[in-house]
Write a protein that binds this ligand. Structure first.
Ligand code: ADP
Ligand code: TRP
Length: 325
């Protein structure tokens, strides 16, 4: 079983929702599946980021986030998408068997059209590049959020069309592995935590910013001595860092009255710093050693290419491209 997933380097600070909803689970999968590939989708970022220095900085930050969260580069393969330009050639091979209608139904393209944005060809063809990302490495399982499920289904469809068209078995049909979204993390305003709502808690941000976010969690105006309902964003967030027993005690104290929201916020901040302390340190330490991070990515690219190049070769041969072998 081979697991693969990608992260678009768009420059957003990672928040608790991304960590608990995605990154933490990616890292956990490296334990379960020996063969795990994670890449920084810098080709994909070209549809929105249009500055070279920004792209490089963003890509470096994604590498830091993965390494900080505990991705072990000796176990899983961490690489930068653009270090394996073979993926672009596979994209072309897939493009020529992909019906326009399939791409016209893609959510990201439809949403951009609905918003009246001018859409470039890169955004339109994004699902084909994403299919190539997956198919080049013959990935079996692709852990993603619900919003990406359609892309995985398209990748399956393209793999099948290519194999059928050229009587080939080069491409493997991937399965989506939908990340648990039962645990949707609330933001500081109580809605789903999302960069689009400006309600995030960015756990790798400077401590001052982290404190400001925690203190800004919206609560009602129940006075300290009054009983409180131990639900809502503050208690939900606090709960992420507490044992079930601690949570039971806290809920009792809340219902009894005498517990102030300020106390819960202070405790949440302390727990956040405690929980993410080692990760923050690991991140800072890698940040000071960009050459080591580059080495990890270079090694990752070598390993990824060793898997991908023969798959592309098989596709080329099946399609009658290049010198006959
Ligand atoms: P945002 O909503 O901030 O734009 P993204 O869409 O970039 O976040 O999310 C990246 C990943 O993080 C997705 O796989 C998604 O499932 C996960 N994720 C984002 N926000 C949350 C949240 N509030 N709770 C759980 N998972 C989340
Ligand atoms: N499109 C994905 C996102 O926006 C990122 C991505 C690119 C990806 N290629 C991938 C995810 C391949 C899984 C597999 O989140």
């Amino acid at each position: 079983m081979r697991v693969l997933s990608g992260t678009k380097p768009t420059g957003d600070q990672l928040h608790l929702g991304n960590y608990f909803g995605a990154l933490r689970q990616f890292v956990a999968l490296q334990e379960k599946y020996e063969d795990a590939l994670y890449f920084i989708a810098d080709y994909h970022s070209m549809t929105s980021v249009r500055d070279a220095a920004t792209r490089r900085r963003n890509a470096f930050n994604v590498a830091l986030d993965y390494l900080a969260a505990g991705l072990d580069p000796d176990r899983a393969i961490l690489f930068r998408q653009s270090d394996i330009p073979e993926v672009c050639e596979l994209t072309w091979l897939l493009t020529s068997i992909t019906p326009m209608g399939m791409l016209e139904r893609a959510h990201a393209y439809k949403a951009a059209m609905d918003r009246g944005e001018s859409v470039d060809h890169g955004l339109f063809t994004y699902p084909v590049l994403m299919a190539a990302d997956i198919l080049l490495y013959r990935a079996d399982l692709v852990p993603v959020g619900q919003d990406q499920k359609q892309h995985i289904e398209m990748a399956r469809d393209m793999a099948q069309r290519f194999n059928n068209t050229y009587g080939s078995e080069a491409l493997v049909l991937p399965e989506p592995y939908i990340l648990r979204d039962a645990a949707t993390i609330p933001g500081t305003d109580g809605q789903k935590m999302s960069k689009s709502y400006d309600n995030t808690i960015a756990m790798f941000a400077p401590k001052k910013q982290l404190k400001k976010s925690v203190m800004g969690i919206v609560t009602d105006s129940t006075p300290v001595e009054e009983p409180k309902d131990p639900a809502g964003a503050l208690f939900e967030l606090w709960r992420l860092f507490a044992t079930p027993e601690e949570h039971r005690e806290m809920a009792e104290r809340a219902r009894a009255g005498g517990l102030g929201y300020g106390e819960v916020k202070k405790d949440l901040l302390a727990r956040l710093l405690d929980h993410f302390g080692p990760m923050r340190e690991r991140r800072a330490s890698f940040e000071e050693r960009p050459d080591d991070v580059e080495d990890i990515l270079r090694r990752g690219a070598q390993r990824a290419r060793a898997i991908g190049a023969p798959v592309l070769e098989a596709c080329r041969a099946a399609a009658g491209l290049g010198a006959p072998t």
